[in-house]
Design a protein around this ligand. Structure first.
Ligand code: ATP
Length: 640
């Protein structure tokens, strides 16, 4: 604690000095030094924060009149050349003392380290967007300021607090005064940042970065506050009047995006439902160091006014879509509950979802056609076709995993999602669709076979494929966790059942008769492995491997059982079957031993462990496994 000489009269003259958390300190260094050449974006960041605070207060004010916004709420930017200050004031929600300390001093985003690395690797022109992407917005103030003061009063509270820092090591917090709720950010401008004290310069920056913010932004010039942003709400403009660059700027403004939109959907619905929508499918998944939320963040506006980004305008499996839906059909004071229950919202959701799926389908189809003949992009929304960024596979590799969640959880959408799916395959290079698979099916093939596992490489060498190969049957290979689950729910595609290759071996007619010579071995192995194995069978289709684990035809297969166990769920599904290769010399030798009544238990266990290892599982008892392998090799040296 130290005495503060400058504390406002009436407030206790105490200042608390606090250290920045180590990560915030690092973040500050990075922002100030790495992004020096792009300093103007400090204004974008601070104005965006101010406008967000106004939006948040408006929304909370709908249900809590104590928080209601004043009619002329907005953001005012006041440059003062003489005092070398810029003040950015808003009528937003404000912050309590604790929020000031937490938001501006101690919470470092999980992206800090990644941010540092990325900034160093990034090209200079990519750097500005990194700030927004990694959530270091406020600290950009220190690019142009030697000191920053924040005075904030939380709506609904009488107390105001001041936060001050020179951006090195520590910050001070003390009581302050503010006549109304909201926040002032006071920047004490650095000697080399004079340009930002010019109203003209500030105006240009706002036009460039913040024009579409719907909260009114004013700039004080010669003592007069003048509107600085058009607040055009880009999504309300006719498509023909929006340039590709404006779409891109708006997309970046929406959130932490630094790529280009892969698809831009801009339309207006009139008639039974009235709304404008401007949606984007990103090119790449956003940087997300921790598993993010599953809900869609598409923003809901009512007659231009931002209402919430929690309206779940799209289902979780389309959560990668970003943008705005602005409707005439809801009242401005729509409540959270109403968002859940009103039929208007249900209809808008359905319409928006359909539009997105239609777009994806047309892009998927365009790519399929492009494989045979070069075509012009069919998409009227896209400004220009770019083969690299427009390719459907580009989208699939970024978001296919998320899209597949819809197959599992959304029965009504399965038919729409099916044509969008792409897979690796045991016979094809690259990606293939279900329709293409069906077109390649052999005349005697009745099902679509798939195999889910950890990696494509592992799957390509899975012994279970040996029988399918022998018949010329293609098997789709899948490696997302969700792949273990959705095919059963989907059931079929174009009337062809989806069959798990591990469980469908019987389809191949491979259930060989048990030859007499093998019976003693099979009986002995079955007895020895009864705890782990449902059955030991000979297999006609194994050519190279001596053994293989096969899943029972019912319930979870081996891969799904593993995923369930990992997720701490009971791994329902029967014990696996162990298939042995009667033509393998080792099995032949064992069969001869068993026929003489000699014990084969040890080798039965070894075979089981080998089959498990082949499936990416550990041996039942690793040290016993090693003992047996070493024993077998040692014996092999003398008997081979
Ligand atoms: N003018 C303001 N009024 C109220 N709260 C604010 C204001 N400015 C910042 N904050 C609070 O401080 C937090 C941190 O701001 P900062 O700009 O660093 O990150 P962010 O806005 O959350 O992320 P990003 O800028 O990357 O979108 C904000 O989330 C908000 O809670």
């Amino acid at each position: 604690m130290e005495q503060d000489q400058t504390a406002p009269t009436g407030a206790p003259a105490t200042t608390e000095t606090k250290e920045f958390s180590a990560e915030v300190g690092r973040l500050l260094d990075l922002v100030v030094n790495a992004l020096y050449s792009e300093r103007e974006i400090f204004l974008r960041e601070l104005v965006a924060n101010a406008a967000d605070a106004v939006d948040r207060r408006r929304f909370l004010g709908l249900t809590d009149p104590a928080l209601a916004l004043p009619a002329d709420a907005g953001v005012i930017i006041t440059p003062d050349k003489n005092a070398r200050q810029i003040t950015i004031s808003d009528d937003g929600l404000g912050m309590t003392r604790d929020e000031l300390v937490a938001n501006l001093g101690t919470i470092a985003r999980s992206g800090t380290r990644a941010f540092g690395e990325t900034v160093q690797d990034a090209k200079p022109e990519e750097r500005p967007s990194l700030i927004g992407q990694f959530g270091v917005g406020f600290y950009s103030a220190f690019m142009v300021s030697e000191r920053v003061e924040v005075i904030s009063r939380r709506a609904g509270s009488d107390e105001a607090w001041s936060w001050r820092s020179a951006g090195r090591g520590s910050f001070d917090v003390s009581p302050a005064e503010r006549a109304t709720p909201g926040t002032d950010i006071i920047l004490h401008i650095k000697a080399d940042a004079d340009e930002f004290l010019e109203p003209m310069r500030l105006q240009t920056i706002i036009r460039k970065w913040a024009d579409h913010i719907s909260v009114p932004i004013k700039l004080v010039r010669d003592g007069k506050a003048e509107a600085a942003n058009e607040g055009t709400a880009l999504w309300r403009k006719p498509k023909a009047e929006v340039t590709p660059a404006e779409y891109e700027d708006f997309y970046r403004h929406l959130g932490h995006f630094f790529d280009k939109p892969w698809a831009t959907l801009h339309w207006r619905a009139e008639g039974a439902l009235e709304y404008s929508a401007l949606l984007f499918v990103p090119e790449q998944p956003p940087f997300d160091p921790v598993e993010g939320e599953r809900t869609s963040k598409v923003r809901l506006h009512v007659r231009r006014m931002f209402i919430t980004d929690e309206a779940e305008l799209l289902p979780p499996w389309l959560r990668f879509v970003q943008g705005v839906v602005d409707t005439e059909d809801l009242p401005l004071n729509v409540s959270r509950e109403m968002l859940q229950t009103t039929p208007v919202m249900a209809r808008i959701r359905k319409a928006v979802q359909n539009r997105v799926l239609t777009e994806l389908k047309s892009k998927a189809k365009a790519e399929a056609k492009a494989e045979t003949a070069p075509i012009a992009a069919e998409d009227e929304d896209a400004p220009a076709a770019d083969p690299v960024t427009d390719g459907y596979i580009r989208f699939w590799e970024s978001f296919g995993t998320i899209l597949k969640e819809g197959l599992w959880e959304d029965a009504g959408a399965r038919a729409d999602i099916a044509p969008l799916l792409r897979f690796h395959s045991s016979t094809e290079d690259g990606w293939t669709s279900l329709a293409d698979y069906v077109a390649r099916m052999k005349p005697d093939q009745t099902a679509i076979y798939f195999l889910a596992g950890e990696t494509i490489e592992q799957l390509r060498h899975a012994p279970v494929l040996e029988g399918y190969r022998a018949r010329g049957f293609e098997v789709l290979l899948m490696t997302d966790s969700i792949d273990a689950f959705w095919p059963e729910r989907m059931g079929s595609f174009e009337d062809k059942p989806l069959r798990n290759a591990r469980q469908a071996l019987a389809d191949l007619g491979d259930a060989a008769e048990v030859p007499e010579a093998l019976k003693p071995l099979i009986d002995a192995m079955t007895a020895a492995l009864a705890d782990e194995i449902a059955e030991v069978q000979p297999a006609a289709h194994l050519s190279e491997s001596p053994v293989m684990l096969v899943s029972g035809t019912e319930g979870a297969d081996l891969h799904m059982q593993k995923l369930l166990r990992r997720a701490g769920r009971p791994a329902w599904g029967g014990k696996p079957h162990l298939t042995i290769n009667p033509r393998h010399p080792w099995i032949e030798a064992l069969a001869a031993l068993a026929a003489k009544g000699e014990p084969v238990e040890d080798e039965a266990r070894l075979l089981l462990d080998l089959a498990r290892v082949q499936e990416g599982e550990g041996p039942v008892d690793p040290s016993a496994f090693i003992r047996r392998v070493v024993g077998a090799i040692t014996a092999g040296r003398t008997t081979r």
